[in-house]
Design a protein around this ligand. Sequence first.
Ligand code: AVI
Length: 327
Amino acid sequence: MRAAQAFQHNTIVEKQQLTFEKDVLAGLQLQPKRLYSKYFYDAKGDALFQQIMHCPEYYLTRCEMDILRGQSEKIVQAVRRHAPGFDLVELGAGDASKSFFLLKEMLRMGVTDTYFPIDISPNIITQLQQSLPAKLPGLQVQGLNGEYMEMLQAAGQITAQQKLVMFMGSSIGNFTPAEAVQFCTRLRQQLRPGDLVLIGFDLRKNPQTILDAYNDKGGITRAFNLNLLERINRELDGNFDISQFEHYPTYDPVSGACKSFLISKREQAVEIAGQTVRFGANEPVYMEISQKYDMEEINELASRSGFRPVEFFYDSKRWFTDVLWQC
Ligand code: AVI
C-alpha cells in the first residue's frame, strides 16, 4: 500500500472505530438496551457467520443457493429483457459465492463484463479483486470499499450503463419493516429509471423452523451474538464477562419478526471505553432483527419505495425468494 493510500485507509478505520464506540455507548443507554448487528462482522464474526451458513438449521443460504444454481439463466434472461446491457453491482458482496453463478451466466451470454462489489470490509474487496478474474476469465472487477449508498453513488459516476443491483442473503431482513422502506427508497434515489434490483427475502414459514435457524444446536449463533461483547472488550477496552449473558432468540409469527437478545444473568456493571454501564438481573439487550416476509408485504415494500415488481424466483421448498424489481 502506498503512503497516501495507507493514510486514507487508517483515517477510515479510525472514523469507523469512533462511530462504533458512539453507537455502543448510546445503544446501551436506551431502554431496552440495544447493540447493532452490523457490528457482528469483525474477523471472528465473519468466520462465525461462515459457520452459521453451514449449520443444518440455517436453511437460508442453501435455499438461495438453490435459486442461483438452478435459475441463474432464467434470472439473467429476465434482466436482459428489461436491460439489454448492464453492469452488476452487489451490496455486501462477501465472498461473491452467490453472485458467482449470475456472473458466470452473464459472461456466457455476453451481457456484461463488469462487476462492482461493494463491501464495508477492505479485505473482502482486495480478495475479490485478486481471486475472481482467475475464476471468471474476462470479468472486470471494480471493488468499492465503503458504505452502500456512498459507493453506489461512486459506481454511478464510473459507469453510465444500466445497473442491476444485488442485495442478497436476506440482508434486507436485518432492517425493521420501516427501515426497509427507508433503505429501498434511498436505493431507488441512487438509481436511474430502468435500473433493476435483485433482493433476497426469507419467507414466512413454520415458526419452529425459523426459530431453530437462529438457535442452532451447535451454539454457533450463540457465539456469533456473544462475539459482539467480546469485540467490545477487544476494541473498546470493555470488561464484559461473557459467561454472564445468555443468547435468547425469539420469533413472532404474527409480525414475522425474528429477534435475538442477550440476557444479563445477574445484576452487573461493565466498563466500556472508560464508562460504566449497569445491567439488571434478566435485563435484555436487543441485538438483531431478521424480519420474515410474505409476498404481499414484499410487493407493498416495492410500491412504497418506488419500484415495480418484475419477477420472483423461488427455491424448491418456497422458503426463500429472490425478487427482481425495476425503477
Ligand atoms: C446476514 N443476515 C441475513 C443473517 C440473518 O439471517 O439475519 C445474520 C444472522 N444472524 C444470525 N444468524 C444469521
